[in-house]
Design a protein around this ligand. Structure first.
Ligand code: ADP
Length: 379
């Protein structure tokens, strides 16, 4: 592998990609704005720079043969220019363009007959209020900012008309509220030869206060029929997008047992972290396999995995410490991953722990216990 690879974004996903590439002897450069990036000591070629800036991305990209990314909010015009100049950008910039805008993303699902909830697009708050005056929006419904939302920021459940008036002014979509039994996700990998591999469907449990993923359960407690439909939906999406890379597909399982796509991300994803310890090929290794067009690795796992996100406690800002982490560090069934971020703040993703057991009940019980004893605090 003597082609030069550059990855845009140097957060925890970048770190876990480098953990794999360093093992494989593949050199990867990273572009990230922070001098406290978790990647800074893992890449021999760490470039500090703003990935939203056209020239920074262009100059970084031109020094490489292959460019990829582990974050979505980057300058996509520069990626287009890199493709024109002969740099291989994977996943392709047009995929990122669709994903960066929730209106374009939902329109893509609808246009290609992928199941998703109905929605309307509004250019501004005034246009929305005007529409409501004439057509009476149904409540509850879901407001989403079309751009720059993440981890539930930029999403609000609207219960009544008053909630409409409280919204900020931005481009938005209003979606039908989905009554769901579970939130599911599938990670699918596809290389240039169009070989495809999916991981098991996982189930995501959210913290009701922060709206962030608290536990990821793999495999999900669903029927084989739903598992097959979810995996096929993810594969069909990857094919339709001509993906080279990974795609995380977040879905709802509705109360009447239907799958609706919520959103997609063209990169390794929090819902796939279990694969590091549970599967023969981690999502990060698989991601590299796709980018360098290697044969894809096996994705099955025989045990039950529960992944717990370690996030910053409320009202703790500053130098991080991990309360009680020593109590689990020697356990054979528990795998600790600390991302190496110096500073914690409320709800910041600082690490994760994966519990692996023979059965779900045991793994879930242990995961709950870990969630209660390991606390991410500041000094
Ligand atoms: P983000 O991109 O910030 O992660 P999502 O679109 O995933 O935002 O929404 C965050 C959460 O809001 C989802 O995980 C889900 O719990 C809830 N949600 C989103 N859309 C809907 C919907 N149409 N109906 C019901 N709940 C929804």
């Amino acid at each position: 592998m003597n082609r030069k690879i550059g990855i845009i974004g140097g957060g925890q996903l970048g770190k876990m990609i480098l953990d794999e590439t360093n093992k494989m002897g593949i050199t990867v450069s990273i572009l990230d704005p922070s001098n406290e990036s978790p990647c800074i000591n893992l890449s021999k070629n760490f470039i500090q720079g703003d990935f939203k800036d056209y020239h920074t991305v262009l100059n970084f990209g031109l020094k490489h043969d292959i460019i990829s990314y582990e974050i979505e909010h980057i300058n996509v015009d520069a990626l287009d220019e890199l493709v024109r100049k002969g740099v291989e950008v994977q996943p392709a910039p047009e995929i990122l363009r669709v994903i960066q805008d929730k209106n374009k993303q939902k329109s893509f699902f609808k246009k290609n007959s992928f199941p998703t909830s109905d929605f309307y697009y509004f250019k501004s708050k005034n246009v929305l209020l005007d529409y409501h005056k004439k057509n009476n929006i149904n409540f509850p419904c879901v407001w989403k900012k079309t751009k720059f939302g993440y981890d539930g920021f930029g999403v609000k459940i609207l219960k009544n008309e008053n909630d409409l008036f409280d919204l900020p002014d931005s481009e938005m979509i209003i979606e039908d509220f989905v009554v769901f039994k579970k939130e599911l996700a599938v990670i699918v990998a596809m290389n240039k030869n169009r070989d495809i591999k999916t991981y098991d469907t996982v189930e995501m449990e959210f913290d009701p206060d922060s709206n962030q993923v608290e536990f990821v359960i793999s495999p999900a407690n669903i029927s084989e029929k739903i598992n097959t439909i979810a995996k096929k939906t993810a594969s069909d999406l990857a094919k339709k997008l001509n993906l080279v890379g990974l795609l995380a597909v977040e879905m709802f399982l509705t109360s009447d047992e239907k799958i609706l796509i919520n959103e997609i991300a063209p990169r390794p994803h929090n819902s796939g972290h279990f694969s590091i310890d549970a599967c023969p090929t981690s999502q990060f290794k698989q991601y590299i396999n796709t980018i360098i067009n290697c044969e894809l690795g096996e994705t099955f796992h025989e045990n039950c995995a529960v992944m717990i996100n370690l996030v910053g406690e409320e009202s703790h800002n500053g130098l991080v410490k991990y309360d009680n982490i020593d109590s689990i560090k020697d356990r054979k069934d528990i795998f600790i991953h600390i991302y190496g971020k110096k500073m914690t703040r409320p709800n910041r993703k600082m690490g994760h722990v994966t519990v692996i057991c023979d059965n779900f009940d045991e793994a879930y019980k242990k995961a709950k216990k870990i969630k209660n004893i390991i606390k991410v605090k500041s000094y």
